[in-house]
Every structure is written in structure tokens, then in C-alpha cells.
Design a protein around this ligand. Structure first.
Ligand code: C5P
Length: 223
């Protein structure tokens, strides 16, 4: 086997949630732990790629042997990804908040007897879509689609809309325990069709995903 098949290639991985501030002490977030994204960054590094991991707030240690950029908001994540271009491979695993609070309060919002505050939300930039349609688009752009329903339809739609080569769809219904859990069940959706993967530990899923990347980049055995 080729020991470091991705040697010489640059890869960007986004991982974790984003935090969107409401006021100095509060934020909107989601249940992403960063475990799958970090595992993919590690697997890419093991395969020889030069990796930049752009991570939202997580409680995981920084993986060794790569540059890790810590961000909080979707806007910061987009900036960090843009700043990491050019790249050959980009894998968008982060659970980016779709919305942020339109104007963050400079002061802590108080209970003032006037009832609960009304938060106006604004749409966040879609980082995957902006890179998928970017003038300096990496050769291989991969996204995830965390869904609780209509998994395949949504994944197929995202493939086209976001300009991705592949979408890994996963069911994040609470019963599956994927968000924050140790295992993941992925369905690989490309223009060629759908491939169902078995339930795997996140490190195993990462290794299999990177093996797919190696083949797709023409870096496999039969090179
Ligand atoms: O549209 P949805 O959030 O389901 O898309 C999920 C995919 O898009 C993931 O790969 C995620 O990392 C990426 N994404 C992004 N920026 C956003 C929203 C999603 O990069 N604002």
C-alpha cells in the first residue's frame, strides 16, 4: 500500500459547533462535539496531507501535527477557511449555526419586567457553499448533511446547491446518539449514487472516508 498517499496535498477541515453570541454571557449553539471532524483531520494527517483544522468551541484537545485555528462564530469560521486557501481537499464537518442574532447586545440582557426579549435572527454565511463555488475551489469539496428526516432528498439537493463532490448524510435524530456520541452511520451521496456505510466508530468512519478521498484523488494503489 501507499504509506502516505496524500503527501504533498493541502487539506482544510471544519469541525465542531459555532457559538453565536446573544450578549456578553449568552450564545446560540448546537450539540456538535467535534469528534467526527477532528477524527477526519487526524486521518487526513495520517495519510500524509498537510492539514488545517478550523474548529469551533469544543472540549477536545488539539490534534498533533496540524495547524488548528480556533473560532467561535460562523463568520469567523468562514474567514479562517478563506484564509487557509488554496487547498486540494476541503471537508466541512462543522455544525455551523444557520442563524446568528442580528445585533449582539453589548450589555447583558436583563429581566426588567417587560417580558422576554425578542431576538431577531440573521442568516449566517454558508461556508461550504461559498467554497464549493469559489474561484479557488479545492479539487475535492466534501460536505455533511445532518438530518432528522428526508435524509437522501436533502443530501442530493445539497450536493448541487453547495457545489460539493460528495455529501455524507447522517441521521442525527436523538435516538441514534450521533451528536456527541462515539459512533456514526454515514451514507455517501455523490453524482454516481448512494453508498450506505455500516455503523462505525467515528475514527473508523474517518479512516474509511479518507480511503475514499485517496481513491477519488487518484492516489490509490493503481496510481
Ligand atoms: O445546509 P446544512 O447546514 O444542512 O449543510 C450542512 C453542510 O454544510 C455541512 O457540511 C456543514 O459543515 C456545511 N455548512 C457550512 N456553513 C453553514 C452551514 C452549513 O459550511 N453556514
Amino acid at each position: 500500500t501507499v504509506k502516505r498517499p496524500l503527501q504533498g496535498l493541502l487539506a482544510i477541515v471544519t469541525s465542531g459547533p459555532t457559538h453565536e453570541p446573544i450578549d456578553p454571557v449568552r450564545y446560540i449553539a448546537n450539540r456538535s462535539s467535534g469528534r467526527q471532524g477532528h477524527a477526519i483531520a487526524e486521518a487526513l494527517r495520517k495519510a500524509g496531507a498537510t492539514v488545517t483544522l478550523v474548529s469551533g468551541p469544543v472540549s477536545l484537545p488539539d490534534p498533533d501535527g496540524m495547524s488548528v485555528v480556533h473560532v467561535e462564530t460562523a463568520d469567523e469560521m468562514r474567514g479562517a477557511v478563506e484564509a487557509s486557501l488554496p487547498a486540494d481537499i476541503a471537508v466541512f464537518v462543522a455544525a455551523v449555526a444557520d442563524w446568528r442574532v442580528a445585533s449582539e447586545s453589548a450589555q447583558k440582557i436583563k429581566k426588567n419586567g417587560g417580558g422576554p426579549p425578542q431576538l431577531t435572527l440573521a442568516e449566517n454565511p454558508d461556508i461550504l457553499a461559498s467554497i464549493g463555488h469559489h474561484p479557488r475551489r479545492p479539487a475535492l469539496v466534501i460536505g455533511f448533511a445532518a438530518e432528522t428526516d428526508d435524509l437522501l432528498d436533502n443530501a442530493r439537493r445539497k450536493l448541487a446547491k453547495k457545489g460539493a463532490d460528495a455529501i455524507f448524510a447522517n441521521d442525527v435524530s436523538p435516538a441514534g446518539g450521533v451528536m456527541g456520541g462515539a459512533d456514526n452511520t454515514l451514507r455517501l451521496v455523490t453524482a454516481d449514487g448512494v453508498e450506505d456505510w455500516p455503523k462505525l466508530a467515528k475514527a473508523e468512519a474517518a479512516a474509511r472516508l479518507v480511503a475514499w478521498i485517496v481513491r477519488r484523488m487518484g492516489r490509490g494503489e493503481d496510481r
